[in-house]
Design a protein around this ligand. Structure first.
Ligand SMILES: NC(=O)c1ccc[n+]([C@@H]2O[C@H](COP(=O)([O-])OP(=O)(O)OC[C@H]3O[C@@H](n4cnc5c(N)ncnc54)[C@H](O)[C@@H]3O)[C@@H](O)[C@H]2O)c1
Length: 267
């Protein structure tokens, strides 16, 4: 664990699956307490219990909230609870704030049947959950002095920020906006020693990926293209989150890091 004896929390948005889950498990092994936010129905809660048990088996705290991360009031309640817990413990801070929310509309913008086109509500919801919520979480964490020198803000982006995929128009827009937010936040928080980066993961088999139209075809393509002959895994990304959480990564900020094993090097 970095920084002496102070308790280090990782606040992970999207902690019950995919990259967020893998990072929660990995960071707990590295000595972090985990505050996880996720949105699951009752059927998904057994899996959430497995994750919190794994964190606790590492001797760390798991403070999890099944709540909508895009709701302003619920976000404030989570951050108040985390701040109260840190005060009760006699200190600590959020060393890692990871944004890994997958909740977007996968409808075409203008191809096919007009009844299938993305609506204003779908576009707004996708941009709000997958991009703007990063800003609101950071604002409220800063307002509570939870992010301090050496804290890391990490946001999951994808090749969709610069590329076109069928049905991915709304999410593409969200990813482009998310990367813009990362640059702006990196500058505005730079003076306080908080670093902000986007992690552009390669194609990874997760529940969110399987919902993308043509995901099976995409999985075959990237497996063939990738120099290692396989897709990216959630653990590949979790290990990079762990690396960026170290003191040595302090000078990396405002960037989009490709974590894809070279998936895009060959056409
Ligand atoms: N899977 C890929 O190939 C890939 C590649 C690059 C980037 N990404 C990005 O990584 C991020 C995570 O994706 P994933 O593949 O791990 O998805 P996933 O479906 O495995 O996990 C998504 C998580 O977000 C949570 N969530 C969704 N909406 C929420 C809300 N409103 N409030 C609270 N929690 C909510 C879910 O409960 C879950 O924990 C997304 O931003 C995605 O675009 C995915």
């Amino acid at each position: 664990m970095a920084d002496g004896d102070e308790r280090q929390w990782a606040l992970i948005l999207g902690a019950s699956s995919g990259f967020g889950e893998a990072a929660a498990r990995d960071l707990a092994r590295r000595g972090f307490d985990i505050c996880g936010v996720h949105l699951d129905r009752r059927a998904g809660m057994a899996h959430v219990s497995e994750i919190t048990a794994a964190i606790e088996a590492e001797g760390r705290t798991a403070l999890f909230f099944n709540t909508n991360a895009a709701d302003h009031e619920k976000r404030r309640r989570v951050l108040d609870a985390l701040a109260a817990r840190i005060a009760e413990d006699g200190g600590g801070r959020v060393r890692v704030l990871m944004h890994s929310l997958a909740f977007g509309s996968l409808t075409p913008l203008v191809s096919g049947e007009p009844s299938q086109w993305a609506t204003p509500a779908q576009l707004e919801m996708t941009l709000n959950v997958m991009a703007h919520s990063l800003v609101y979480w950071v604002q409220d964490a800063v307002a509570r002095s939870l992010l301090t020198t050496g804290s890391r803000v990490l946001a999951m982006t994808s090749a969709g920020s610069t590329r076109v995929l069928p049905g991915y128009g709304a999410v593409s827009a969200a990813k482009a906006a998310l990367e813009a937010h990362v640059r702006q936040l990196a500058v505005e928080l730079g003076g306080g020693g908080v670093t902000v980066n986007a992690l552009r993961a390669g194609v990874t088999d997760t529940p969110a990926f399987r919902k993308i139209p043509g995901s099976e075809w995409m999985a075959e393509q990237v497996t063939q293209r990738n120099p290692s002959g396989r897709m990216t895994t959630t653990d590949d990304v979790a290990r990079v989150v762990g690396l960026l959480a170290t003191d040595e990564a302090q000078w990396i900020t405002g960037t989009v890091l490709e974590i894809n094993g070279g998936e895009d090097l060959v056409v």
